[in-house]
Design a protein around this ligand. Sequence first.
Ligand SMILES: Cc1cc2nc3c(=O)[nH]c(=O)nc-3n(C[C@H](O)[C@H](O)[C@H](O)COP(=O)(O)OP(=O)(O)OC[C@H]3O[C@@H](n4cnc5c(N)ncnc54)[C@H](O)[C@@H]3O)c2cc1C
Length: 407
Amino acid sequence: MNLDQADIVVVGGGIAGLATAHALNRRGYDVVLVEQRFLAFGASGRNSGGVWLQSMRSGAELSLAQNSLEALRHLEDELGPTFDYTASGGVFFYETEQQAQILADFAEDRRRLGLSAEKISADDARKMAPGVPESAIGAVYFADDAKLNTSKLVKGLGQLVRKLGVRIYENTPALSLIRSGNAVTGIRTMRGNIVAGGVVWCAGPWATNLDSEGVQLPLKLVRVGLLMTQPIRANLPAMTRGPLGARHLKPLTALPSYRDDAFSDPEPLPGKPGYEDVVVQGGEGNLYVGHTLDAANSLNPHITLESSRVMIDTILNRRPEYGELGVTGLWAGIVGSTPDELPIIDQVEGLYINTGHSAGAATGLYGGELMAQMVAGEDPGMPFEEFSLGRPSLNLGSNHLYATGSL
Ligand SMILES: Cc1cc2nc3c(=O)[nH]c(=O)nc-3n(C[C@H](O)[C@H](O)[C@H](O)COP(=O)(O)OP(=O)(O)OC[C@H]3O[C@@H](n4cnc5c(N)ncnc54)[C@H](O)[C@@H]3O)c2cc1C
């Protein structure tokens, strides 16, 4: 029995899926989208929404994020202020002279890329950004950083594309692909088949399940934790990054002056996780405190007590007065990223794939645009090779098998 038929069926109701559906719909395709649970069920509904241009590598990563930022601004014009988009920059504070010197080099490196990076006092950082501790001795302010609520964005895009004729089926997992020769001509779901001229797989970390279809993707999974407080009175719109876990920032660690021992890394679970040290004030005034990184290569989304403790200890050490705040959310989400941390936007064995967004709040919107360009056979806005499954930086080897490593 057929549930529906369309030009293209998109699998996955996160930012990658909705951006792809929207971009295809704009090109006149008849689109169906299926989501196994509900829109923004995955990482797109669980993140802190930072567009951290400050920590993007030059080249494809930064360009993808800058194009996405541009697309976000256009979308805000179209949807109105519905997804708490705020271009209020981000600060990176430091607590030692050694960190100050490395961050001065980091700022210089970022300025060479055309990003704004300005040294500010710790007092000024505390006035504009949440969670900057008394122990901070200074900060760098990156004016190009921005934030948004990706859950609201995904739901807003869902409403928009529904009005434009896209059929969205929630609680409808795609179970398998329908193939005809070399072509993928639809999907099987519990509610019936959806027949289509093409299928775009935007399933985030669950794209690893394509193994059963003979499509192996080089995705490593990490569980990212987040704590949300009730609103605070102050309006501190700039995002905060601190020095814990700085070893996860590739452009920083690539600097000749970088030293691991200048930045510590809390370890909530021995040997495995890390910390991405950010605090962001959400559109309703709440604080997002994060991010613990643990549970390599598991789809289990439950945050552990250990990871919760690390986030609570960190914020209480920094700002003891926040101890009075109610905790209104404590959760984790799974992120699937590639070895070079760029998404895969490609056609593989007849199946279109748009997955592997490790910073999808920053890269997801333009990723959808690129996917639609590929489906439509248009000239790409960015070189498709940079996001292909066969690119050398994925180190796939001759048989395209990926040996999953530790984080
Ligand atoms: C705590 C946390 C904080 C983060 N902070 C940031 C940040 O500050 N900045 C940033 O840029 N990024 C951040 N990220 C990462 C960002 O959230 C992700 O990169 C992004 O959401 C990935 O989007 P996606 O659409 O590719 O995947 P997802 O949002 O995971 O969406 C995939 C969807 O596919 C659905 N699906 C899977 N399999 C099937 C199937 N068989 N059939 C139907 N549907 C299916 C899933 O249910 C899911 O809804 C954070 C992530 C987390 C968890």
